[in-house]
Design a protein around this ligand. Structure first.
Ligand code: BGC
Length: 237
C-alpha cells in the first residue's frame, strides 16, 4: 500500500511515495490501520482518495479478487475514515484501474484523446478503465474475461508472466490474444497499457498485432495515487 500528497492541478506528487507492505491477510481493519499509518507519515488531515483493486460502487466494495473476501459489502470510505479519525465525506474510494485511467487521461498518454479509450493495467490482476470522450464508465472488469476457458488475468497479467518465468516475447502472444478479444468486443480507438509493464513496452510492442493503436501509460507507478486524489476532488465514485 502506498501514499503521497498530490497536487491535483498538475498531477504531480508533492513528496516521495511512502510504501507499507499490504497486510496478509488483506482484511479491512488491517488495511485501515495501514492507511492511518500512511496518513500520519505526511501529518495528513486533508481529503483522502483511495484506489482499491476491486469493484467499488459509491464507496462500497463489491469484489476483491486479490484481497480478502471480507471486503465485499464494506464501505471503504467509512472504514478508512474511522481509522484516520476523519469525516467519511473526506475519504473517497474508487477502483484502482479507474483511478489510473483518470490520471492518464488528464496528465498522461490519454491527454486530449476523444472517442473510446481503454486503459488496461497489468499487474497482480488486470484492471480496465473505459472512457468515452474523456468520461469514465466506472467499474469495467474486462480483466476477468474468460478466454479459452480461463480468466484472462491468469494468463495475461504481469503476475502470470512472472509466475511462469516467461520472457517478454514469450508472454506477448497471450497479451495479444487478450487485447484482440477486448478489441473484438469494444473497438476502442486507443488502448493505454499501464502497470509495471509500461516501462518495458518496447520489449514486446512489436509483437502486438491488435488492430488499434496501443501506447504505454506515461505516469508509471504514480497514476493510481494521482487518479485517486483527482477522483476525491471531483467527487467521482
Ligand atoms: C480486479 C479489478 C482491479 C484489477 C487490478 C482485478 O482482479 O477485479 O477490479 O482493477 O484486478 O488491480
Amino acid at each position: 500500500m502506498k501514499a503521497a500528497p498530490v497536487d491535483v492541478d498538475s498531477g504531480s506528487l508533492l513528496a516521495d511515495r511512502f510504501r507499507i507492505p499490504t497486510p496478509s491477510p488483506a482484511k479491512p481493519d488491517a488495511m485501515a490501520e495501514v492507511v492511518a499509518e500512511l496518513a500520519s507519515q505526511f501529518d495528513w488531515e486533508g481529503p483522502i482518495g483511495c484506489a482499491f483493486p476491486g469493484v467499488v460502487q459509491h464507496n462500497i466494495v463489491r469484489t476483491a479478487a486479490n484481497l480478502s473476501f471480507e471486503w465485499v459489502g464494506v464501505n471503504g470510505s467509512e472504514t478508512f475514515a474511522k481509522a484516520v479519525g476523519q469525516d467519511p465525506a473526506t475519504v473517497n474510494m474508487v477502483n484502482d484501474a479507474d483511478a489510473a485511467g483518470i490520471a492518464e487521461m488528464s496528465f498522461g498518454a490519454g491527454i486530449g484523446r476523444k472517442g473510446s479509450v481503454l486503459m488496461i493495467t497489468l499487474g497482480t490482476g488486470i484492471g480496465t478503465a473505459m472512457f468515452t470522450d474523456g468520461q469514465l464508465v466506472p467499474n469495467t472488469e474486462l480483466g476477468h474475461l474468460i478466454l479459452d476457458g480461463q480468466d484472462a488475468e491468469e494468463t495475461s497479467s504481469a503476475r502470470a508472466r512472472e509466475e511462469a518465468g516467461l520472457k517478454w516475447a514469450e508472454w506477448a502472444p497471450a497479451l495479444d490474444r487478450y487485447l484482440d478479444e477486448v478489441h473484438r468486443l469494444l473497438w476502442p480507438d486507443l488502448i493505454i497499457l499501464g502497470g509495471g509493464v509500461s516501462s518495458k513496452f518496447h520489449k514486446f510492442s512489436d509483437l502486438l498485432t491488435v488492430a488499434t493503436e496501443v501506447v504505454p501509460a506515461t505516469l508509471k507507478n504514480e497514476a493510481g495515487i494521482v487518479g485517486a486524489a483527482m477522483a476525491q476532488v471531483r467527487g467521482l465514485g
